[in-house]
Design a protein around this ligand. Sequence first.
Ligand SMILES: *[C@@H]1O[C@H](CO)[C@@H](O)[C@H](O)[C@H]1NC(C)=O
Ligand SMILES: *[C@@H]1O[C@H](CO)[C@@H](O)[C@H](O)[C@H]1NC(C)=O
Length: 186
Amino acid sequence: MRTPSLLVAILLAAAAVSLNSGADATELLGAPEKTTHLHFFLHDTLSGKDPSAVLVAHGARRAPNHDGPTPFGSVYATDDVLTEGPERESKVVGNAQGLYISSGRRQLSLVLGMDFELTAEPFNGSAFVVYSRNNVAEHPVGRELAIVGGRGKFRMARGYALLRTHYLDTNNGDAIIEYNVTLRHH
Ligand SMILES: *[C@@H]1O[C@H](CO)[C@@H](O)[C@H](O)[C@H]1NC(C)=O
Ligand SMILES: *[C@@H]1O[C@H](CO)[C@@H](O)[C@H](O)[C@H]1NC(C)=O
């Protein structure tokens, strides 16, 4: 008597486990995909007493100078502010933390690896992640970044961001960039 009931218990446990994992997968894959558009301005400030981007490494013989704040091989760590409008006093809606690398030998091009976390509703605490080339010199308007993932409400996100340079000080590197983001997520 004991052996069959133990077997039944094991079979039930196995069934429960496989049903659970099946339900998880269905929940994720079956949920309808949503499209979300976001619009904001990123403030990347290298100058002043409280910069939002700081140099953490640079290529040999290529230290930043007044002629070029981001020579090839420079790596900056960022905690950039995201605002609703282009003015720094405009409502803060998030921050972008990560790195960018000056990756163009001939003209200004960056590779960004950054996590954009929103702090305003309805997406407070959710984030999307960019890992992409940012061809600043070639496309002052309409350059595109790839969005490769997300967290929170943007779990499983993918998408793209279209950028326009709103302001760039080529002497100190300070910039304000307009972002139009399109995200597909569950
Ligand atoms: C966003 O969430 C944080 C942490 O839960 C909270 O402290 C903050 O007040 C929220 N902000 C808004 C605008 O709701
Ligand atoms: C973002 O979208 C708005 C509204 O469609 C448009 O006016 C603006 O030019 C766009 N900016 C970029 C950088 O794509």
